[in-house]
Write a protein that binds this ligand. Sequence first.
Ligand SMILES: *Cc1c(COP(=O)(O)O)cnc(C)c1O
Length: 479
Amino acid sequence: MKSPGKPAPPGQLLRHLPSVDELIPELRREAGGGPSDAALAEAARRAIEGQRQRLRGGQAPEGGPANGPALRDSLRREALHQAGDILRADQRPRLRPLINATGIVLHTNLGRAPLSEAACEALLGVARGYSNLEFDLESGKRGRREGAMEELLCRLTGAEGAVVVNNNAAAVMFAIRLMAEGREVIVSRGELIEIGGSFRIPEIMAQSGARLVEVGATNKTRLEDYESAIGPDTGLLLKAHTSNFRIVGFTEEVPRERLVALGRERGLPVLEDLGSGCLLPVPGLPAEPTVAASVEAGVDLITFSGDKLLGGPQAGIAVGRAGWVQKLKKHPMMRILRPGKLTLAALEATLRAYLDPGTAAGALPALRMLAEAPESVGRRVRALLDALGPELRGKLDAREVETTGKVGGGALPLAELPSRAVALAPGGLSPDETEERLRRNDPPVIARIHEDRVLLDLRCVREDELPLLARALRALAGA
Ligand SMILES: *Cc1c(COP(=O)(O)O)cnc(C)c1O
């Protein structure tokens, strides 16, 4: 007889592992009619393999006695449990919806702009079946992928032409390559931006095959700085919007009109990377340069994102003069960078909302959230607190507080969005633990910690998400 406490050698324990065939009938019963026998067998095999490795590693079987039929039974139950987890995990997508309670509207890590109802419908409509993606319904012949989109973009921005690619980083790289491959591109030192750690003007430049020529100082660049840098190898003047930072104080930059005039005089094109793609000023926010203003100023090509202030799907848009747009369309890179039909459908529906500027801000969730008054967010805060009831509110120490959110997505870095939040301080849980539990909820709830309290800013939380949020808070309180 072995002393209790001392585990049997792994070899002996391994004999007690269940077999795949032994687990399948019970797994099938638990899983209902869903998975095939092959999927059940695979889950069972992976669960048993996990047990084998743990036993070999000297880990004692979970809660099981050290011997005999009881051990067999314990291992079998553990394997069933784990195979069930494996099956469920296989069915749950890794990319899934969550509740954004950060108060950051265009949160890049959380997927930036939520799409409008019309955009979702358009996307689903072409997703389920076939579409005239590259088919001209008038002539019955092959058509152009982004034909309708180009017309819309020209109408909305005043540009002569437009192309759509996968994202704005691609649009910038593509435009630089087209306009200045093998040549020099002049950029102000105040505009050598980095966005989200992976978009850096100098690196994009290198990938475009152009050479960066920096001019001016970080806080001041004058027209003469550009002028004196122009040489025989210069191919392009680039202006980049400093979307995610501001140099404040003693600053000077060259207005795009003057850069365009200089370009004309010296026979050089001007490219402007606008970043956000603001088509319509958002009420209550500091003015962002609009795409139309850049077109009006005569910039040759202008690039911007589809999923920032524009409020659509991830996409990169380049608009501008017909000659340059024509060259983009014919360039072999276009084939590499072109977006898919799902993106095009959602983008077209998003752009259509702008045809009526009076209703655009109401139809596009990102704009609606950005423009919403704090008092209006506060109504959802109180609805949530009411739904919890006094006892839960007490347990969670939940109350309404004033807070400030952000635009996000590298847009309007200094703009603050006065907002309202539910502040939580559940007894027995640290702010970090509270934040983590909410994050592990299904659906995950992403909160913010501020001064030792967990804040749920409800600016980006829809009315119809409140019951889910209330359920997450009930679970948090252990109720
Ligand atoms: C966000 C941004 C980019 C990158 O756009 P993506 O759509 O993320 O590829 C490039 N330039 C500027 C100025 C930006 O703000």
